[in-house]
Design a protein around this ligand. Sequence first.
Ligand code: PMV
Length: 369
Amino acid sequence: MQLDYNNKDLIFSDIPEDSVKWSAPSNIALVKYWGKFPIQIPANPSISFTLSSSKTETEMSFAPKKGNKSQIDFYLEKELNLKFGEKIGAFFEQIAPIFPFLAQLDFEIYSHNTFPHSAGIASSASGMAALALCICEIENKYFNSFSNEEEFYKKASYVARIGSGSACRSLYGGLVNWGNSVAVEGSSDEFGTMLKTPIHPDFYTYQDKILIVDAGQKKVSSRVGHGLMNTNPFAQQRFQQARENMQIIVKAMQENDQATFIKTVESEALTLHAMMMCSDPYFLLMKPRTLEIIEKLFNFREKTGLDVCFTLDAGPNIHLLYPKRIENEVNEFIEKEVKANWPEFYAIQDEVGKGPMKMHTETKKVVNS
Ligand code: PMV
């Protein structure tokens, strides 16, 4: 059934209950986004590896609304989660001008993360990307408003960005940029773009071993962290550095210059943390073990000359990044030097992935039954 997108009155009353389902991966930034302007416009461009197994699967059931107000029941890992439900309600209101049909429906949303909740991995990127895809899928199904796949993903990325900035990079596989950059053709502040410049194939085999130093809640929310850049005395220099690093890192990947890649990735991670250390109020997000592992990694790299480096998000967990060809050596390093004296050692193995996937809906959930 095709509906009239501009006819806000009629639309959904005749449709039966239906559902859509998408899975979207998380991503790990190489050049970091830290600082933004309203509404979710990044202060500098960023680029990330899309991950493969760390993802969110979201099924959205919908039916014409029964009451005056649209009802949203959000289930995380099969449990009703009122807090997230409210956040999604606020997000739906924010995007109502883009998707007028949302206000005519009731929803049951079932979300599942493939990585453990206690893994310290932020699920906002994969979660928002999966949600944006479900919404665009409804639009596609009932309004047939996308003339091709490219438009579909572009809109999903645009919408995911409004929910959570870095989520807009989770709409594509491989390497994804967000934010205007002379290094990336077609780049935009409003949506992510897949890096199309040919880069050395080694980079598509990259592994991400996430060493969970602390599985707890983030000390500083992204929202607060980005906000602190508004008064950070080094903000302008940092934004300029990120713009330059975008060019440096894309060139390094084109030329298979692993040394420059490593230097840029690690400098980006440390600068992100340095920004937090010189914010007002200041935050120290690393733990002693974070530094201990980084020291060990520096020594290992000096000794072996292998192409392995680390990055960090706004927290203490370490992402070890390396091409697949050296996975045995890196595993040996972890076994011998990282796991020792760390009884509660816990790591997640991931790698560069192919991007989101449309899924078959499962047993139909009954909305308003
Ligand atoms: O998308 P947000 O608002 O959660 O911010 C993410 C910020 C970092 O993860 C620290 C960096 C990045 O580019 O992903």
